[in-house]
Design a protein around this ligand. Structure first.
Ligand code: PMP
Length: 467
């Protein structure tokens, strides 16, 4: 199908060329042929500009990732200096280089629990996919080849490669892609607002989540269940904050059946929730941790897997038996992104990003609640630190959502964009995850402009109902 380019799109413009040439991730590919892209040409601080000169506050830091904004020269210089010195080297067959060594040391020094070794990849998906294979390898090393099933959560997001998409629990990442693969199972989504029963406290809901998890492990057979993945706050599933006591209750269940816990810190790592790791915010003690995105402030792609000593010893033993750890990417620990990541971690320390987030995070959370909690279209406001969201509801009292076919959330995201704020709609949840360097004044501007879009939407919906 190749519909004609609509007349509103000028021939030979960036938009026309994009429509003719690019296949976009997370886009309705047919609608795109008609509507075309927003082409972003430059960035500065928390703002980006499109090719018509319109500026936007990037309320999502791109994809929850451009933590130091869009114009940090120290990161640029770190990349250039490394490119001049050693633009590429690999880490196969015991080769190494200084940026890889320094970054691994820095991550181990900052880990939320004692970790033993760091493996590098290029994306969050690759990191989680690598962990899937590590967990299988580990259990083979321990002589329990049947202990291989992996648990994700409904609405969890761990990436889109075949295994990480199987861990993901979001229907649009599964439908028509023939995933999840066999052996990937999903447990209850810990979203109290949506799945808590009437009158059920957060604590009681957390207890139910832990009981459901135990039931699932027992139904599958504990001897067949290897690991569970969890984001501290679930990002792409809709900024789902765990109910009080959730991790406190699920971790003993995992320990009881010797099921490894993998903390997916791809969004929450590096101060997003007000602590260095989301694991610290929610008392998570992972066996394995994955991170990406803010690891390099997203100036270049890089991700990391941290494993504890028990896991490392298993991997080491199996690799020794076989003769090699037969896994790794050409660009595992690529020196240029590694050098940028080292500089990023230094900048977090030097700039006092943690203290900054602990100041402006509560300011954003308070602003979101004060402005929007009572709004007629808003069911729930949630978040912590510099990650937050509003969830729209057709009926505030019963939490009844809008019919997803009406695409109310994406419509609000478009209105927000017209008002100069790039947010992101996940069905009817609008997320805020701005660069960590955002100021109070920029937060006010972001929320003022977003509020205008929300009011416009409310007025439009009223008009449509009356018509
Ligand atoms: N895990 C989480 C929690 C994520 O949010 C994402 C990306 N949004 C991923 C994994 C996958 O990362 P990537 O897109 O870099 O593959």
């Amino acid at each position: 199908m190749n519909p004609p380019t609509p007349s509103a799109i000028r021939p030979n413009s960036n938009a026309a060329r994009d429509i003719a040439a690019a296949l976009h991730p997370y886009t309705d590919l047919v609608a795109h042929q008609q509507i075309g892209p927003v082409v972003i040409t430059r960035g500065e601080g928390v703002r980006v500009w499109d090719d018509a000169g319109k500026s936007y506050i990037e309320a999502m830091a791109g994809l929850w990732c451009a933590s130091l904004g869009f114009s940090n020269q120290r990161l640029v210089e770190a990349a250039v200096a490394q490119m001049r010195r050693l633009p590429f080297y690999h880490s196969f067959s015991a080769k190494s280089h200084e940026p890889l060594i320094e970054l691994a040391e820095m991550l181990l020094a900052r880990a939320p629990v004692p970790m033993s070794k760091v493996f590098f990849a290029n994306s969050g998906s690759e990191a989680n996919d690598s962990v899937v294979k590590m967990v299988w390898y580990f259990n083979n090393a321990l002589g329990r080849p049947q202990k291989k099933k992996l648990i994700g959560r409904v609405k969890g997001y761990h990436g889109i490669t075949t295994a990480s998409a199987s861990l993901t629990g979001i229907p649009t990442n599964h439908r028509s892609f023939d995933v999840p693969l066999a052996g990937f199972i999903h447990t209850l989504c810990p979203h109290h607002y949506r799945f808590g029963e009437a009158g059920e406290s957060e604590e009681a809901f957390a207890t139910r989540c832990a009981e459901e998890l135990e039931k699932l492990i027992l139904a599958e057979g504990p001897e067949t269940v290897a690991a569970m993945w969890a984001e501290p706050i679930m990002g792409a599933g809709g900024v789902i904050v765990p109910p009080a006591t959730y991790f406190e209750k699920i971790q003993p269940v995992l320990r009881k059946y010797d099921v490894l816990l993998v903390a997916d810190e791809v969004i929450c790592g590096f101060w997003r929730t007000g602590n260095y790791w989301g694991s610290q915010t929610y008392g998570i003690q992972p066996d394995i941790l994955t991170c990406a995105k803010a690891l390099s402030a997203s100036y270049l792609p890089i991700s990391a897997v941290l494993v504890n000593d028990r896991v490392f010893q298993g991997l080491a033993q199996e690799s020794h038996r076989i003769g090699t750890f037969g896994h790794g990417f050409t660009y595992s620990g690529h020196p240029v992104p590694a050098a940028v990541a080292v500089e990023t971690l230094k900048l977090y320390d030097e700039l006092g990003i943690g203290e900054h987030v602990r100041r402006v995070g509560p300011y954003m959370q308070d602003g979101l609640r004060r402005r929007f909690a009572d709004h007629e279209l808003v069911g729930e406001v949630r978040g912590t630190g510099l990650i937050g969201a509003i969830e729209l509801a057709e009926d505030k009292a019963t939490h009844k959502p809008f019919d997803p076919a009406r695409k109310i959330g994406p419509r609000l995201a478009k209105l927000s964009e017209a008002n100069g704020v790039i947010s992101r709609a996940m069905v009817d949840v609008l997320a805020f995850s701005p660069p960590l360097i955002i100021t109070e004044a920029e937060i006010d501007e972001m929320l003022d402009n977003f509020g205008r879009a929300l009011d416009q939407l409310a007025a439009e919906l009223k008009q449509e109902k009356a018509a």
